[in-house]
Ligand binder design. Structure first.
Ligand code: G4P
Length: 566
């Protein structure tokens, strides 16, 4: 308006310059958004990026295979995958993993289904925790909580669910192994509601008790899908759709009982509600059995229909970066040594905005340096394929990524930086020493490298000295990875002496000397960010310390918003 022109006389030169700069930068940003390929919004809208959280043995690998099989079976009708094939997508990079038959690494499996691209990020399946598991959850928009119908909520599921809750992440619940004897469905739902406060809203309901799984009632329209096994569960289950009258005739008693339970669900108002689902307050529940592929297409349909597409990600200043803006992404995982033929280091990047094209030169926000992307891959397990284009929600693997660290932002155009991925509260601590003092240089290099990759957190103090850093981990398996890599990759075998601490608190420079003088506690500096951490034996000792020293700064470490109870 005219006021702006009149006001210019009063505006100082400096203010005018600042305003011009701001306008210029706004127009650069606007240009940048305007120049983006028009399909980005649509491509982002059809992405569903999720992870499965579960306790070991609940059936995560089986479900992953079933989802892939299902989607593949649809695109290449008649494809038969034996169990041998099913093992094909499990992660098996490190020799140690192969020896133990466990999966330590994480990658993404892409499934094309129902016009959507489903990106399933793999989380480690073993009993020990590692920070990787948590970091993967920072790169997804939704989680599937997989429960064993006989066991209900188990410890690892609870821990992972806490991370989802802290991030207010939408959670879909899949009750697995319904083909085996298990618990009452209503009892399982009750457990979910009572123990974790997540309101279950069943999307379907099983006909036949656990162990006598006949099929599923779709609560939306009351229709019935009878499931028929295929030999060995190697292909998709055969699904026979029936209307309620037919179903009543075929299933008899089991149908009557299931109907009564469905009516009860209606009476207690257990209906799907989008708002509370997206806020992580209620959870759509599905029943099934991954092994014979029962209920898998229903789960895929819910992912496509209800799971959220990638949203605008807040940058470090809290401003949402539109998914349609120029390319940006964040490293959520580093992986070394995936290919024995050449020692490479790979960065897994979740695309947050824009279109990624192989060959693009990105800017590394932490250093301002260019990062060439000639070699970019989609990786799952031992399979790799070159990736040419990616959209928000997709995961790309950048090779030769020695300069990158977990949490780093890469972008094109005007600078953007996403907030760091929180480092999680360590619960296991050990002092590392080089077995061969003659290889101290390699020892130092290896420890620094593993620290920057986020394999463990490295803590140090003047008292302990450079030769004896303290390694801090969320799960003890991280120590095994460090030992293995120090020996085989850096040729600097180490000894680890476990420390009798089980929790850490953040302190400040003023409180550090007093905290260090406490018995049963020690102050160390975290190398990656310079934070001062107080290590304490256990929560009882901490309580005494807090009671006796009310003025000491002892802040809980945010494990992605989660404080573990130890
Ligand atoms: P995880 O990745 O969560 O650790 O579990 P995984 O898929 O390996 O499954 C653990 C066990 O549970 C496997 O049996 C698997 O076959 C079985 N399982 C998974 N889903 C179902 C299901 O829906 N129904 C039934 N009946 N079993 C299921 P295993 O004996 O340990 O291994 P395997 O010999 O079958 O390979």
């Amino acid at each position: 308006m005219g006021g702006g022109v009149g006001g210019q006389h009063a505006e100082s030169e400096k203010a005018a310059r600042t305003r011009a700069r701001e306008q210029a930068s706004v127009s650069v940003t606007a240009d940048n958004v305007a120049q983006q390929p028009p399909e980005i919004a649509a491509e982002a809208g059809r992405r569903r990026t999720f992870a499965v959280i579960s306790h070991p043995d609940a059936g995560k690998s089986t479900l992953t295979e079933a989802l892939a099989l299902h989607a593949a079976a649809i695109s290449s009708a008649g494809a038969v995958h034996g169990k041998g094939d099913r093992r094909g997508v499990t992660s098996d990079w490190l020799e140690m993993e192969q020896a133990r038959g466990i999966s330590i690494t994480s990658a993404a499996l892409r499934i094309d289904y129902g016009g959507c691209v489903l990106n399933l990020l793999d989380t480690p399946g073993h009993a020990d925790f590692s920070e990787d598991t948590y970091r993967v959850l920072s790169a997804v928009d939704c989680a599937i909580m997989l429960l064993d119908s006989a066991k209900g909520l188990e410890p690892q599921t609870l821990k992972l669910f806490d991370v989802c809750r802290a991030r207010r992440m939408p959670v879909i619940t899949f009750v697995n192994k319904w083909d085996r004897p298990g618990r009452e469905p209503l009892e399982l739902l009750d457990e979910v509601e009572q123990r974790i406060g997540l309101r279950p809203t069943p999307m379907n309901w099983p006909v036949g008790i656990a162990g006598d799984f006949r099929g599923l009632i779709d609560r939306a329209d009351g229709s019935y899908t009878k499931m028929h096994r295929t030999p060995g569960g190697a292909t998709r289950a055969i699904e026979e759709r029936m209307d309620p009258a037919q179903a009543a005739e075929v299933e008899q008693e089991a149908w009557v009982q299931a109907q009564e339970e469905v009516e009860l669900l209606g009476e207690i108002g257990a209906h799907f509600d989008e708002e509370s689902f997206l806020a992580g307050v209620s959870s759509p529940v599905l029943f099934g059995a991954a092994l014979p592929n029962f209920g898998v297409s229903q789960l895929l349909d819910v992912l496509v229909g209800l799971a959220p597409a990638p949203k605008d990600q807040p940058d470090a200043a809290g401003v949402g970066r539109p998914v349609t803006a120029a390319f940006s992404g964040q490293v959520f995982k580093m992986q070394a040594n995936m290919d024995k033929a050449h020692r490479d280091r790979m960065a897994f990047v979740r695309v947050n905005s824009g279109r990624f094209e192989r060959g693009m030169v990105l800017t590394h926000a932490a250093t301002g340096r260019p990062f060439a992307t000639k070699y970019t891959q989609a990786v799952f397990g031992s399979e790799r394929s070159t990736i040419d284009t990616a959209y928000p929600g997709d995961v790309i693997a950048l090779v030769n990524a020695a300069a990158l660290s977990v949490g780093d932002t890469l972008y094109v155009g005007p600078k953007v930086e996403f907030p760091p991925i929180p480092s999680f509260a360590p619960e296991h601590f050990a002092v590392a020493r080089a077995k061969d003092v003659g290889r101290y240089k390699q020892f130092q290099r290896g420890i620094a490298q593993l620290d920057s990759e986020g394999v463990v957190q490295v803590l140090a103090s003047d008292v302990r000295g450079e030769q004896a850093p303290v390694l801090a981990a969320v799960g003890p398996l991280q120590f095994d990875v460090v030992k293995h890599r120090m020996e085989h990759e850096f040729r600097a075998p180490i000894e680890l002496a476990h420390l009798d601490y089980s929790l850490a608190r953040r302190t400040d420079a003023a409180s550090a000397p007093a905290a260090h003088a406490l018995s049963g506690a020690e102050v160390l500096t975290r190398r990656s960010d310079g934070e001062l951490l107080v290590l304490v034996h256990n929560k009882w000792r901490l309580r005494v310390i807090e009671r006796d020293n009310p003025n000491l700064v002892l802040e809980p470490l945010l494990a992605g918003g989660v404080e573990t109870d130890n």
